[in-house]
Design a protein around this ligand. Sequence first.
Ligand code: HEM
Length: 178
Amino acid sequence: MSMKSAKSHYGTVAITIHWVSAVLIIALLVLGFRASGTLDPIAKASLLRVHAALGVSILLLTLARVAWWRFDSRPDAIGGGPRWQELSAKAVHVLFYLIIIGMAASGIGMFAVSSAAPIVFGGEGSLPDFNQYPPRVPHGVGARAMIILLILHAGAALYHHFIKRDATLRRMWFARRM
Ligand code: HEM
């Protein structure tokens, strides 16, 4: 398989970024909701340590993904479906980028305005109440929007795979091709 995508399938770089991002996003959602629902300050700080580190990682990976698409070209649309499906798939992709960047920015913003970083990473002092800081609102709204997008995105992929039986999901996986 080649690093770059071809007309009919994604390349190894795009596939790796896609699935690593998927795992990171699911881990971030689980860790974020666990952290906000945890009262024990030591457990909360531990969850937030991993959460913040993964949050910055997904931001860097997303920026790397945007940069990568300047070198690579997406495969052709599979076609055969209505135009609205193609357009909504594109809209979901753009929204993913925007929400990931917005979530990372609001998360970093929360740490900055509450001065939580030395407490979370250095263990000094007591954790702030993040609900008192404005970036907490877009962070919570973005998390819920992200879940809706994930359901739409995964639902569409499964619909293509199992109902339409086309290559939409297959071409986003590693396979030896002739
Ligand atoms: C794409 C990246 C991210 C995702 C998907 C994400 C997801 C979440 C979720 C689901 C919550 C819980 C929301 C709620 O209960 O309403 C949360 C809370 C939080 N996240 Fe993130 N997050 C991301 C990035 C970051 C980053 C980069 C930081 C910090 C550097 C951060 C810091 C926090 C903090 C401080 C909370 C609040 C915890 C609390 O309320 O006690 N997040 N995040």
